[in-house]
Design a protein around this ligand. Sequence first.
Ligand code: F6P
Length: 373
Amino acid sequence: MTKTIGILTAGGDSPGLNAAIRGVGKTVEGHYGMQIVGFRDGFRGLAENRTMDLGGGTLSGILTVGGTILGTGRDKPHKMIIDGVAQDMTETIVQSYQANKLEALVCLGGGGTQKNALWLAQHGLNVITLPKTIDNDVAVTDTTFGFDTALGIATEAIDRLHSTAHSHHRIIVVEIMGHRTGWLALGAGIAGGADVILVPEIPYDINCVAEAIKNRVRKGKTFSIVAVAEGAMSKTHLDEVNEYELIKANATDKEEKSRAKKKLARLKAVHRDHAITLGLELEALTNLESRVSILGHLQRGGTPSAGDRLLATRLGTACADYIAQGRFGVMVADIAGKAEAVPLEQVAGNRKVVPLDHSWFEAARRVGTNLGD
Ligand code: F6P
């Protein structure tokens, strides 16, 4: 009997997803004689058994297309919001997997998806995953598809901001995605020649940043580009987070604990108009006019770069090989140029931050970039 492979994309969309779907699909069909079926909108589509036929010519012409032809969503199998209430849909998902007579389920996603995939593997499904995200923060893999495209877009944005910042003698704060890591901001900041780069890995001192900008003015450079990761935090902000962590840990009654938890959630939120506050603070401290540019979802949209198409195709086709070998409960990681199968337990719940001894930090400092410390 022909084996059937299910595939879904989950979490934020990312350039290269379609290239990966194509890589998996064409190899399982053309090389291994299996068939492939897509589930729409992530784990929700699997729970609701909303499928998309990926056979025949469906996979042709999608290599260069951004987003995901399957649609995506941020639902968790064990906590899916149905009619406003969180429900555990694990059993329904297992039934849908069985009803479709799946040999395996391929999940394409970032950190959250790896956790959800492990959960389903622990509930008996043959799961295999691929690492996708513009944030590049998935553990164990050297890189994730989507990152290279976003890096190119953010770099081009910084290039373009230079001429307008220069013409108006302004500070331009450019907010770059990356969730709680600084891969994208640091990479684009270096490639685009930002004067200041602020990332979550290095809590920053606002006075140090202002001083660096004033130093540039003294040298006749009356504009500055500040690349700030959406998850970056000032030292003051971090102190406040630590203070509330302590309050939460020492709280004796339930209400106090819950208040501290809520406050912490607000303090740790990634999307919090951080760049706007930063621009205003720097304006006050330097007497230079500032503007803020939040790149947002532009960084995730559009056609994937050649690098992402290559990576997604390489990992996608290798994924099909691992399926044929019966290797499940693994993520296909990019390690030193090879597509390696690593146990999901090593990936799920572990975030890959930029190590402080990473050569990018060293390079940025060498060229005189201020890192806020
Ligand atoms: O994980 C990818 C990412 O683009 C992050 O960089 C960002 O924090 C988040 O997704 C934005 O999520 P949403 O698309 O739900 O606004």
